[in-house]
Write a protein that binds this ligand. Sequence first.
Ligand code: AHM
Ligand code: MG
Length: 336
Amino acid sequence: MVDTQIVSLDRFIIEQERLYPEATGRFSNIMYDIALAAKIVQREVGRAGIAEILGRAGRTNIQGEDVTKLDVFANNAFIHAIEHAGNICIMASEENEDCIEIPEEYPVGNYALLMDPLDGSSNIDANVSIGTIFSIHKKISAGERGAIEDCLQPGNRQVAAGYIIYGSSTMLVYTTGSGVHGFTLDPSIGEFILSHANIRIPERAKVLSMNESNYPKWPKDVRSYADSLRKRSYTSRYIGSLVADFHRNLLYGGLFMYPPDSRKPEGKLRLLYEAAPLAFVVEQAGGYATNGHISILDIEPTELHQRVPLYIGSPFETREAEAWISGRKQPSTSAE
Ligand code: AHM
Ligand code: MG
């Protein structure tokens, strides 16, 4: 029998909006625009192998890394889907050095959008899952059209955050602070359908996601913590595509870590585009995210492209990692 009771993303957004009589609908409109951009990017990712859009775009981003053509495409798709609608006053992207202002011909709204439009793009050629990460803040600046301070807000002030994973299926997972909900794109009707309501991350899981080749470059406390996990028979799962590694651990449990190392003393991942939005998601799912000392959500950003060490995932392991790395406690070395 055909299920006619499916909950589409649009219906879910409308029902959520009804819970807030004061809502203007502007926030809902941003989510519709993000979903539209996600479908456009998904279409290109799905065609990547045959559409001659693989390979390098011939320039580097402001982090000095190669930019592939799909990064450029995804960045433009999200900017163009969102800038015209009058809901956003300013944007920031991992691909742009400065804030992205809304063109004068368009109206502006009361929200700031930050994004990593296509994370893990070095994996595209190998058909590995990649993702878009987004974060939404309320405007706090005085001027009409938004300013950098709207983007430089701590994670605990996000009004929404989430990601889209382009994998064996395409999923949009997001939170507005009342749980985490996952929607799977049904290509036959072109709609995101609620498939994972109220996701909860397992309390603990013996799974570790980290780039072990960096071990010799990690600080002593991080190495000894990793040693203690090995002694306790933790298994490894790491593909090097943050959204894919994070999504797996969100569903099955585990600890993802990208510590500082001697080459990258600030860590590799970006606070505003990667760590803070995923921290909001994981905390809403019952997990935790830390830089080894404090919650990622409590870090006051000072610059747009700030990097941060990241330990994120199941609450048991992430709290233990923080206690050990900050020197508050030794981890358990028993087989349990
Ligand atoms: P990117 O934003 O340039 O794509 O880099 C971020 C990626 C993450 O997806 C992933 O977690 C990490 O870099 C992997 O780094 P490494 O290759 O050093 O293990
Ligand atoms: Mg990235």
